[in-house]
Design a protein around this ligand. Structure first.
Ligand SMILES: [Zn+2]
Length: 418
């Protein structure tokens, strides 16, 4: 187990942390089906399941087969594909749902029941915790008797009474449940709250701990990471985060977060070069664009623009990159056509174009590009044609000598942008 490199502030692992030993429960085919635009055909479900299996996720979670006849048929179809990933379905905590799930051929059943006062009053007809616990134990015993894995999760865990929560988790753990689940169903939790709850729970149960975070307040990735630090073992994700409302922890963004912390583990398990094709496929299916600021695959995720950034990147990419684009089968792009550009970047471009100039000449043409970029946005072709015509002038003996000092000064002025 090697310490993370390159970050002097990185914490030394404690014994609780599972940052370097976690599993993914991929829920694009369950949570993702709750996304506003989702309407998967059977073929699409098979394609998504197959791609995610090749990517290396540990589990695939599918929609409750009781939802509709097609949902049930599709679950049965995917169970028969012979994938390496275990197939789960997500059901209400009732014997009726559990029976249909087990009959479909799943490896495990994820049962969920509301424990917050809101849900007990408004969704469960006022059931008390004694009745909820009794029901949970019956369903767990039934699923185990069918030879399936079983996870028991509360819903809206962070707005449930802590004593109620710990009592029911302890009871189901003693009954032999494989995992207990914490679900931030409304997306209200902060990373510190997550750390505290998971750490407390870790001391109360002996089984695995699964976590499920909604992204209403933008904390879904941070909360998942915090949960792993506190001893959670399994994280729920979906491709691009699609799910109910604005969704859950995105698979790709979680990978981006885990790479600096557990690079060797991630590379040994997951086929990161598939992230882009998986995201592109799902984005097209649900008719969305990948956000510009998406980790790894946003169009500018590996684009460097400011002169001083670009200069350092050309010398050593890790100066301004915590993630390496090549790990994901992608390439970096050094932006060289803006007013923020610097002569080192232009020098690199000149050599890409197969041209030769002295440093003073490079500084001179950089000043021309900056002057033009102050007037209007430049395309790559625009900048290239400024470079080429400047080079042509030099070869025709018309290059202006003596201006390089002043122009070099101009270039330097433009490089302080960071
Ligand atoms: Zn959810």
């Amino acid at each position: 187990m090697s310490a993370p490199t390159g970050n002097p502030y990185a914490r030394i692992d404690d014994l609780l942390s599972n940052v370097r030993n976690f599993k993914i429960i991929e829920s694009t085919l369950r949570e993702g089906e709750q996304f506003a635009n989702s309407h998967y055909s059977t073929e699409t479900k098979i394609k998504i399941a197959t791609m995610l299996d090749q990517f290396g996720v540990d589990y695939l979670e599918l929609t409750n087969p009781c939802s509709s006849p097609q949902s049930r048929a599709d679950l049965e179809t995917i169970c028969k594909l012979g994938l390496k990933a275990k197939i789960l379905t997500h059901t209400r905590c009732t014997i009726g749902d559990a029976k249909i799930a087990c009959d479909a051929g799943v490896d495990g059943v994820d049962v969920v029941i509301g424990t917050s006062q809101f849900l007990r009053e408004h969704s469960l007809g006022g059931k008390d915790m004694v009745a909820i616990t009794k029901q949970a134990l019956e369903v767990i015993e039934y699923i185990k008797s069918r030879g399936c894995e079983v996870r028991f999760s509360t819903e809206d865990s962070f707005r449930s009474d802590l004593v109620d929560l710990l009592s029911i988790y302890k009871a189901v753990s003693q009954a032999g449940v494989d995992r207990v689940g914490i679900a931030d169903t409304v997306g209200c939790a902060s990373p510190r709250q997550v750390y505290d709850l998971v750490r407390t729970l870790r001391g109360c149960v002996s089984c695995d701990i699964e976590v499920h975070f909604h992204d209403d307040t933008g904390c879904a990735v941070a909360n998942a990471f915090s949960a792993l630090e506190a001893g959670a073992t399994h994280v729920d994700t979906s491709v691009l985060g699609i799910g109910e409302r604005n969704g859950i922890t995105p698979l790709g963004a979680l990978m981006a977060r885990m790479m600096p912390s557990s690079r060797d583990y991630v590379l040994s398990k997951y086929n990161l070069k598939m992230i882009k094709s998986i995201e592109d496929f799902v984005a097209e299916e649900v008719e969305i664009n990948t956000p510009f600021n998406n980790p790894i695959t946003g169009f500018c995720a590996f684009t460097h623009k400011a002169g001083i950034h670009a200069k350092a990147i050309l010398n050593s990419p890790s100066t301004y990159e915590i993630l390496k684009p090549e790990d994901f089968g992608l390439t970096r792009y050094v932006h060289f056509t803006s007013r923020l550009t610097g002569w080192n970047v232009i020098k690199s471009r000149i050599s890409q174009l197969g041209l030769i100039m002295t440093d003073d000449q490079v500084k001179e043409v950089t000043a021309k590009i900056k002057a033009m970029a102050d007037i209007r946005p430049l395309a790559i072709d625009d900048a290239d044609s400024i470079i080429r015509s400047f080079h042509l002038e030099l070869n025709n003996g018309e290059g202006q000598k003596g201006q390089s000092e002043q122009n070099g000064q101009n270039a330097q002025n433009g490089q302080v942008e960071a």
